[in-house]
Design a binder for this molecule. Structure first.
Ligand code: PNS
Length: 165
């Protein structure tokens, strides 16, 4: 069975992330979407909320069949997570050339730490290439309409955050 992990902050998941999830499920038998809980960074949304939203978005998109996509939280190294999941591939999305340098650096360091782990990049669909979680958060915080940028399942969480923030 070909297993891959797709780590990220997903704060919140965007349609670009969901596009990467969809395409990764066409290549891998099982995809573990892993929400990073970074103790050094205060997230806009809790890990639990991000996980619940991703699970709902995956279901909405019809990608939940036969448990092909598993959504979890993690707070360690991606390579350790991949090992524990029995995955030899780490999935990441590339939107534009500006993503390339930091992604290449991470891929090389991950490979150095775990020589049997390979990073596989999916080019985000053109229609989603301009999206970023931080800009979505900013638009939502000022009351802007982010439908069409994030899965519908993420809208209530963003509304709640903008009402309380
Ligand atoms: O969505 P993001 O914030 O771009 O994702 C970054 C992420 C979670 C993939 C990266 O920060 C990561 O892998 N963090 C886990 C800790 C780790 O393994 N760090 C070393 C990377 S070389």
């Amino acid at each position: 069975m070909r297993i891959a992990v797709y780590p990220g902050s997903f704060d919140p998941i965007t349609l670009g992330h969901l596009d990467v999830i969809r395409r990764a499920t066409e290549v891998f038998d099982r995809l573990v979407v892993a929400v990073l809980i970074n103790p050094r960074k205060v997230p806009a949304h809790t890990g639990d909320a991000r996980v619940m939203v991703i699970r709902a978005a995956v279901k909405e998109a019809g990608l939940d069949e036969q448990d092909r996509v598993k959504v979890i939280q993690f707070d360690g190294l991606t390579v350790e997570l991949a090992k524990a999941a029995g995955a030899h591939h780490i999935v990441r999305g590339l939107r534009a050339t500006s993503d390339f340098d930091p992604e290449l650096q991470m891929a090389q360091l991950n490979r150095r730490m775990a020589p049997d782990e390979d990073t596989v990049f999916f080019k985000t669909g053109n229609e989603h290439a301009y999206l970023s979680s931080s800009l979505v958060r900013e638009i939502a915080a000022f009351g802007g309409d982010v439908s069409g940028m994030v899965p519908d399942a993420a809208l209530p969480m963003l509304r709640r955050a903008s009402a309380s923030g």
